[in-house]
Ligand binder design. Structure first.
Ligand code: SD4
Length: 323
């Protein structure tokens, strides 16, 4: 009779091996080369993609493209959820989260960064100029300044006025609403060589507790890239994405043979299941596989993603996931 130890060994092998091994689908997958693709979250993704695509067409890397794309909403004060002009925390400070990942599996990230507009570029510097993955708060700012980034006030007059008004009757729970208060840019690209990279940038939840960090700077949560499989990015309520390691989950499901669409749907379902099937917040995923196929799923209606294939560019509405 086998011992309990033998039984456990068998269980672990059975449970782990299929997850580690490439699925048959992935073994046969042909990498999309020569047809650059960029996909990003929300309608401001259209502008981000417009910036990223010419770089891809000129033969630049997916990494250069996603950084350039994410910098567009970061610099735009009209976009109230990313970079300059982003809504502040409950104390009136704009605090930024961002990350980036290249096709070699390198990653860089900054969290709770203040007074520096282009957090995605600081994240890239962390990846390329340090042995670390993540810098936060004052340390991240000091590092950014040492790298030549400019210190600037990111709180626009519009955001300040709105915050002062809101401050009078802040109820934290009710401010975690779906679309008004939090729209992160997650952007994934595939270059001419077929390599994949991704980036993510946000000012996070409006009127959050000072010090709150969301999913956007957390590798595996709001962003994950594996150049053998594909990439995934998230937007929405960060706490729910962190607790399900959402983007990593999407990539691992693709590794196991699910399509990008199926993988995004399963990651959304995972959140729904954890909340007993009913939630009042938004989370959405986008995914890009190495063969160029894409997918997206969202908890609620209202999410859109922007897709640019070079010859065509579109903004696509994602219907809420229904069983
Ligand atoms: C956060 N995920 O800080 C970000 C916010 C967001 O769409 O994505 N909004 O939780």
């Amino acid at each position: 009779m086998g011992t309990r130890r033998d039984f456990l060994k068998g269980t672990v092998a059975a449970a782990v091996v299929p997850g580690i091994a490439f699925s048959k689908v992935m073994e046969k997958m042909e990498r999309n080369t020569g047809h650059p693709t960029v996909i990003s979250t929300w309608n401001f993704g259209m502008e981000a993609n417009r910036e990223a695509m010419p770089l891809l067409k000129r033969g630049k890397s997916a990494l250069d493209a996603v950084e350039a794309g994410a910098r567009v909403p970061e610099a735009d004060p009209k976009i109230r959820s990313v970079g300059y002009g982003g809504r502040p925390d409950e104390d009136g400070h704009v605090t930024l989260d961002a990350c980036i990942m290249d096709s070699h599996g390198n990653a860089g990230s900054v969290a709770f960064l203040q007074d520096i507009k282009h957090s995605v570029s600081v994240a890239r510097k962390v990846m390329e100029q340090t042995d670390h993955v993540m810098l936060v708060g004052d340390g991240a700012k000091r590092f950014a300044l040492s790298q030549g980034f400019k210190e600037e006030d990111l709180l626009t007059e519009e955001s300040r006025k709105e915050w002062l008004k809101k401050k009078e009757n802040l109820s934290r729970k009710s401010d975690l609403g779906p679309n008004e208060n939090h729209d992160t840019i997650s952007i994934l690209a595939q270059d001419k060589d077929g390599n994949i990279a991704g980036a993510c940038s946000t000012s996070g939840l409006a009127y959050k507790l000072h010090g709150r960090v969301g999913d956007s700077p957390i590798i595996g949560a709001a962003l994950y890239c594996d150049n053998d499989i594909g990439a995934a990015g998230a937007t929405g309520l960060g706490e729910a994405v962190i607790k399900t390691v959402g983007s990593f989950l999407v990539v691992e499901l693709m590794r196991q043979g699910r399509s990008p669409q199926e993988a995004c749907e399963e990651a959304v379902r995972r959140i729904l299941r954890k909340h007993g099937g009913k939630v009042d917040f938004q989370v959405a995923y986008i995914a890009l596989r190495i063969d160029g196929e894409i997918g997206s799923a969202a908890i609620k209606n209202g999410f859109q993603y922007a897709l640019n294939r070079g010859e065509s560019s579109s903004l696509i509405d994602v219907n809420k996931l229904t069983d």
